[in-house]
Design a protein around this ligand. Structure first.
Ligand code: FMN
Length: 327
């Protein structure tokens, strides 16, 4: 018995498995993304990593040379330098699926749709995903509380989010947040979601350009570590959030972002956050999710995806779903 992996999301993205690699600022380079695509999962290039539109064009081309599989490109609203010009390049280079994230992306979504491309928007709440659906998004990704990324004060745990989203969202739905193995993936698919996204788990692969010692830190880091629990699970302070948002148009992006990260990623203090931005490797511990609970090794992307798929197929044989997930 082999698993029927085709879902609305594999159809939309043109990948073999409903498993998506999350955009990774600082680390989402083309070589790594191409390696993910080659596994049958879906790879996503992070525009912010390229820093300039010219370099993004170059990185898209290099990624294309490295894999003939489709990949998407992520623009994180408010976090990506030269957002509009980055989108010009993405559309000009013929990228079929554009992922937006972080803040409201209605204007970008419209441009993507007007260009005849597919728009996938990533949010932290079902409410914002419903908004993107109303705006014409082709798919939404919702990251639950256990995940990493900018937190929303109304964010709910991943499984609660998945169940609620599967009830309400009509377009293809992807769930993320603390997921890193076959069990998590199957659990989310069983809610009716069409796919799963993993960010932290893909960081602990051979190809991801994270320094080796920090990949090892991910293996060492306990999911019960109180600092990790606080950082990932505690909601951001609404007053601090208001305060930092007021500064958005008053500071250059590279000075404002660390302040936002201090609030949304809950680093110890503002100076810490500045240093994290300048020397990300040193502060990597601040950039992982509860998915560290299932990270015990550093496989290649190929080994990781194969393992997840094989284990999921074995689990599905053991506990067949009442739906047509297995054949
Ligand atoms: C180091 C790091 C950098 C990230 N950068 C981005 C980013 O630039 N844009 C974005 O949309 N998401 C970003 N994310 C979030 C991931 O794409 C994904 O939504 C998240 O990792 C899912 O949660 P998980 O880590 O528990 O799998 C980042 C995550 C990590 C760990």
């Amino acid at each position: 018995m082999t698993m029927q992996w085709k879902t609305r999301i594999t159809e939309l993205l043109g990948c073999e498995y409903p498993l998506l690699q999350g955009a990774l600022s600082r680390f989402g380079y083309w070589k790594f993304v191409a390696a993910v695509c080659e596994t049958g999962a879906h790879g996503c290039l992070t525009a912010a990593v390229s820093r300039t539109p010219e370099r993004l064009r170059n990185d898209i081309r290099k990624c294309r040379e490295a894999t003939d599989k489709p990949f998407s490109v992520n623009i994180s609203i408010g976090n990506c330098p030269h957002e509009d010009k980055m989108l010009d390049v993405i559309l000009d280079e013929g990228i079929d699926v554009v992922e937006t994230a972080v803040f409201n992306a209605d204007a970008h979504g419209k441009r993507i749709k007007d260009a005849g491309r597919k728009w996938v928007h990533k949010t932290a709440t079902v409410k914002h995903a419903l908004h993107a659906q109303d705006q014409g998004a082709d798919a939404v990704i919702i990251v639950g509380l256990e995940g990493i990324g900018y937190k929303n004060i109304h964010q709910l745990p991943t499984m609660v989010t998945a169940v609620e989203a599967a009830r309400q969202i009509r377009i293809p739905l992807v769930i993320a947040g603390g997921l890193g193995d076959a069990r998590g993936m199957l659990a989310v698919l069983a809610t009716g979601a069409d796919g799963v996204m993993m960010g932290t788990r893909f960081m602990a692969t051979e190809e991801c350009p994270v320094p080796a010692r920090y990949k090892h830190n991910m293996i060492e880091l306990s999911v019960n570590d109180p600092r990790l629990r606080h950082r990932v699970l505690a909601e951001p302070d609404p007053a601090e959030y208001e305060e930092v948002m007021k500064l958005r148009d008053q500071l250059p992006l590279d000075r404002w972002l660390p302040r936002l990260e201090k609030v949304m990623l809950k680093d110890e203090d503002w100076r810490e956050a500045y240093r994290m931005w300048e020397a990300p490797a040193k502060y990597l511990g601040t950039l992982v999710s509860m998915a560290v609970g299932v990270i015990h090794d550093i496989p290649t992307c190929q080994e990781l995806v194969r393992r997840i798929v094989t284990e999921a197929e074995a689990l599905a044989r053991k506990h067949p779903y009442p739906s047509d997930l297995s054949t």
